[in-house]
Design a protein around this ligand. Structure first.
Ligand SMILES: Nc1ncnc2c1ncn2[C@@H]1O[C@H](COP(=O)(O)OP(=O)(O)O)[C@@H](O)[C@H]1O
Ligand SMILES: [Mg+2]
Length: 254
């Protein structure tokens, strides 16, 4: 079982979209894949379920005071797949997080639950909220690899140094396995692309994936239609980006 946290405390950079499409590609390659929605906004859950906004049980139960939740009971099939699964969440998670300060073993809750699934999945992807709250710190403790999408706007790299500091603080792992990759790249924006790449080299010290995900209207439309890209538009060239991403990530574990 390899656990990958997709994180960045900025919203709208592509965490959820990447999580869904990367998981979809890995599952199509025959891997057993589970995605966990750790964002109380529940965007990932809404997309995969086709519009549902309330789920019982859900991730919030993993953070219940009595710590008796059954993680297996939360797993649902994504798109009726036999090897792509998800654990949903909904807005009620935010209240649970606020009450979380008094929880016992609060930072290792997720790790302990996911360890029960280690023989069932090849990859577990954690879709984090746009902040460094309790679910993000749980994801940092649980993950073997950290993937940080950055988008292509003027403020793309704001907060990245802070995020790396937070990773170092929480994980206590000397050989922190993190990689940044660019999302929503438009080839025609040569000046911005050059500037972002230059800054990234400094901030992320070379820990930048070769793969970037292009800006594609199909990607946005697919989420809007509650589908992974491969289902929404089979022939979309952007699928190749997610395939490259999957290949590069699999290579990182070798
Ligand atoms: N490569 C891309 N091309 C076009 N639109 C994208 C791309 N990646 C993400 N988006 C769109 O950007 C918005 C934010 O993406 P999302 O994955 O929800 O970000 P986050 O989870 O980081 O908040 C969504 O509407 C999504 O469809
Ligand atoms: Mg999201």
């Amino acid at each position: 079982m390899k656990t990958i946290a997709v994180l960045n405390q900025k919203g709208g950079v592509g965490k959820t979209t990447t999580t869904i499409n990367l998981a979809d590609v890995l599952a199509k390659q025959g891997k057993q894949v589970l995605v966990v929605d750790l964002d109380p906004q529940g965007n990932l859950s809404k997309v995969i379920s086709g519009g549902e906004v309330r789920f019982d049980p859900n991730v919030m139960d993993l953070f219940a005071k009595d710590n008796k939740a059954d993680v297996r009971a939360m797993i649902r099939s994504a798109y009726d797949s036999e090897n792509f699964f998800y654990i949903p969440t909904d807005i009620r998670l935010s209240r649970v997080i606020e009450a979380g300060l008094t929880l016992s073993f609060r930072e290792v809750r997720l790790t302990n639950h996911l360890n029960k699934l280690k023989d069932d999945f090849d990859y577990i992807l954690l879709d984090c909220p746009p902040n460094l709250s309790l679910t993000t710190t749980n994801a940092i403790v649980a993950a073997d690899l950290f993937l940080m999408p950055v988008n292509s706007g003027v403020f793309a790299l704001d907060g990245l140094e802070d995020l790396l500091d937070a990773l170092n603080e929480v994980s206590q792992d000397q050989s922190l396995n993190y990689y940044v990759f660019r999302n929503e790249v438009a080839a025609q924006n040569k000046v911005i692309n050059g500037a972002i790449e230059e800054d990234l080299l400094q901030i992320a010290e070379g820990r930048i994936l070769k793969t970037s995900i292009r800006r594609s209207e199909h990607i946005g439309q697919a989420s809007f239609m509650s589908m992974p890209l491969s289902k929404y538009k089979k022939g979309s060239t952007a699928i190749n980006d997610y395939k490259s991403l999957a290949k590069e990530i699999i290579g990182l574990f070798k």
